[in-house]
Design a protein. Structure first.
Lengths: 112, 115
């Protein structure tokens, strides 16, 4: 059973545009929602994370929007750059330091 | 801080052979995790340790898989009698299980190919 559903599977954005990736979760016990970025041949690296006590978190060009009632959260990449081309994964867990449940990933390509 | 390291980075083996992977976490991290990632999918949780204690094992972890973290530092993941379906990237991560410091830092992974 897939507990975190991610869309779209792939995304092509022009340089300078906004990239938006969406995730939906089922388990209401989840209370930690990170986004990871993965380049080919590398392990995932944390990009930004949010807990449900806030509805939005921004770090530089990256913003997470969180909707607790809809059980959805999304990643917005502003002013997308070719260097942002990678695979992005949303994830969820409950508590501190527990296992992460990942979405299936979104392959982002930013065209220059 | 040298990050999480994994060894080997690549492993090719024949079906039926045993393989062992090693993970060295970030030194002060008390939790260590193993995940498996297949092509086009997100990482799937296998097991994790708090110091040397194995706290949780996924149903994905058949009895052919065993993991240890003997002194609460490095960990090994062994797969016995490998099958072609075991071909995947095996990722290790570590963290501090403390509020605001719960980030899981991943290693580069060990890519396993079973022929």
């Amino acid at each position: 059973q897939q507990q975190v559903k991610q869309s779209p599977q792939s995304l092509i954005v022009q340089k300078g545009g906004i990239s938006i990736i969406n995730c939906a979760y089922e388990n209401t016990a989840f209370d930690y929602f990170p986004w990871y970025q993965q380049f080919p041949g590398k392990g995932p690296a944390l990009l930004i994370a949010i807990r449900p006590d806030v509805s939005e978190k921004k770090e530089g060009r990256f913003t997470i929007s969180f909707n607790k009632s809809a059980k959805q959260f999304s990643l917005h990449i502003m002013d997308s750059q070719p260097g942002d081309s990678a695979t992005y994964f949303c994830a969820a867990s409950k508590g501190y330091g527990n296992k992460l449940v990942f979405g299936a990933g979104t392959i982002l390509r930013v065209k220059s | 801080d040298t990050g999480v390291s994994q060894d080997p980075r690549h492993k090719i083996t024949k079906r039926g052979q045993n393989v062992t992977f090693r993970c060295d976490p970030i030194s002060e991290h008390n939790r260590l995790y193993w995940y498996r990632q297949t092509l086009g999918q997100g990482p799937e949780f296998l097991t994790y340790f708090q110091n040397e204690a194995q706290l949780e094992k996924s149903r994905l972890l058949s009895d052919r898989f065993s993991a240890e973290r003997p002194k609460g530092s490095f960990s090994t993941l062994e797969i016995q009698r490998t099958e072609q379906g075991d071909s995947a990237m095996y990722l290790c991560a570590s963290s501090l299980a403390v509020r605001y410091q719960e980030t899981q830092y991943f290693g580069p992974g060990t890519r396993l190919l079973v022929l």
